[in-house]
Design a protein around this ligand. Structure first.
Ligand SMILES: [Zn+2]
Length: 402
């Protein structure tokens, strides 16, 4: 595996690399996340014995790496974990293609993020960007005394249920406190998702008011709730992952544009793959714990790779001449939204980081371009604009004739 963290770490496959308290084992021969995915895909699989039913419902997600094929979906989701600036992922496809299974499987791969120790969610980075006014007085004092404001903790996967009410999403009056005649606001799902992954299944079926709240929060990274005399502003910087089945309804262009990568998830084509997927699901249902155990080592490796890629990401540069190639594609495809190139470039940076490289190449752009650029062109807008141009020409010639 190549790990470049600004220093030469040697080539021995036996290297142990100590990074900020975490021991990173260097897997023998795995050079990148892509290679790990490829290798695990063909992993031999033993059918476990049926687990005795304890009667306790436990949530053990199906291992992400045990999903058969679906390469593009896997890569898109991993890139989203590496670079939140990419704008998340939208998974589009019929039911039963493993979209939700894949997203829930990310649980074991989530990276470490700073978690505030303060009720108001103050973080050291707030002081870096806004000075002492960026945090509450208590945290300002702590910072001056050298007391940490945050700890590193695993990111969480927060799901926005389809039947959520606006109040659940943005937060509302704390009813328990209200009984004691105190008016207090309760954090909503969007605030809970801050710094975490927010998964919205069937995003095309959400009510408009909830979609609007989601879009505002995603765009600004924070939102304000007002209830009578009380108001509060919450942070909401999350990695947005949505899924939808186009058979069931249309997605507003405004929200579709908000998603970074777009993956069309199709059912498995080959009989061999379908049979393997069936065997794995059957094994998982019979004994989830043993199935997860069979992938434990690879899952740990993938998590470490993601963490390393995240740490490398700030150093990954996009050379001007590579960026111009990307811009040319966006222009030739007639895409207006600036989010096209933001996603294209940020996804390519994440891709390079996942390969332990500090320079983005045209090849990186090519790998992510279909996911970043598809479904960006609006035929309505291009028709509308060409009509406008015609009218403009008509007006001009009229003026000239007079
Ligand atoms: Zn604070």
């Amino acid at each position: 595996m190549d790990i470049h963290l600004g220093q030469d770490l040697g080539n021995s496959e036996e290297d142990h690399i100590l990074m900020e308290g975490t021991l990173s084992r260097v897997p023998t021969g795995v050079r990148s996340l892509r290679e790990l995915i490829d290798r695990v895909m063909g992993k031999g699989f033993t059918i476990p014995e049926v687990q005795e039913d304890s009667g306790i419902a436990e949530v053990i997600p199906f291992p992400f790496l045990a999903i058969v094929n679906q390469y593009e979906m896997k890569i898109a989701l991993l890139l989203a974990l590496i670079n939140p600036a990419m704008g998340g992922v939208l998974l589009i496809g019929p039911r039963g293609t493993g979209k939700t299974t894949a997203v829930r499987g990310l649980l074991d791969l989530l990276p470490l993020v700073p978690k505030s120790l303060c009720y108001y969610g103050c973080l050291p980075e707030d002081i870096e960007t806004m000075g002492m006014d960026g945090v509450c007085p208590d945290c300002a004092r702590k910072y001056a005394e050298g007391v940490p404001l945050a700890v590193m903790d695993r990111a969480r996967l927060v799901e926005l249920p389809l039947n959520a009410r606006l109040e659940d999403v943005i937060g509302g009056i704390d009813e328990r406190a209200a009984i004691h005649q105190r008016l207090r606001l309760q954090r909503g799902i969007l605030a809970q998702a801050d710094r975490n992954v927010l998964y919205v299944d069937e995003v095309n079926l959400l009510n408009d008011d909830i979609v609007d709240a989601l879009l505002d929060a995603a765009a600004q990274g924070s939102y304000t709730v007002r209830r009578g005399p009380v108001s509060a502003t919450y942070r909401s910087r999350f990695i947005l992952i949505g899924s939808m089945n186009p058979e069931e309804g249309h997605l507003r262009p405004q929200i579709q544009d908000r998603f970074g990568l777009r993956v069309i998830v199709r059912g498995l084509e080959s009989d061999d793959e379908r049979l393997e997927a069936y065997r794995r699901v059957k094994a998982y249902l019979a004994n989830p714990r043993s199935t997860v155990e069979q992938y434990r080592l690879e899952s740990e490796l993938a998590r470490e790779e993601i963490q390393l890629a995240r740490e490398l990401l700030p150093k990954v540069e996009l050379p001007d001449k590579v960026a111009r190639v990307g811009l040319k594609w966006v222009k030739e495809l007639g895409i207006d939204s600036l989010r096209a190139e933001i996603t294209l470039f940020e996804a390519a940076r994440a891709f390079a980081a996942a390969d332990s490289r500090e320079l983005v190449t045209v090849e990186d752009l090519k790998q992510v371009a279909p996911m970043a650029l598809r479904l960006r062109k609006s035929s309505f807008m291009s028709d509308y604009l060409s009509q406008q141009e015609e009218e403009q020409a008509e007006l001009k010639s009229l003026m000239e004739r007079t």
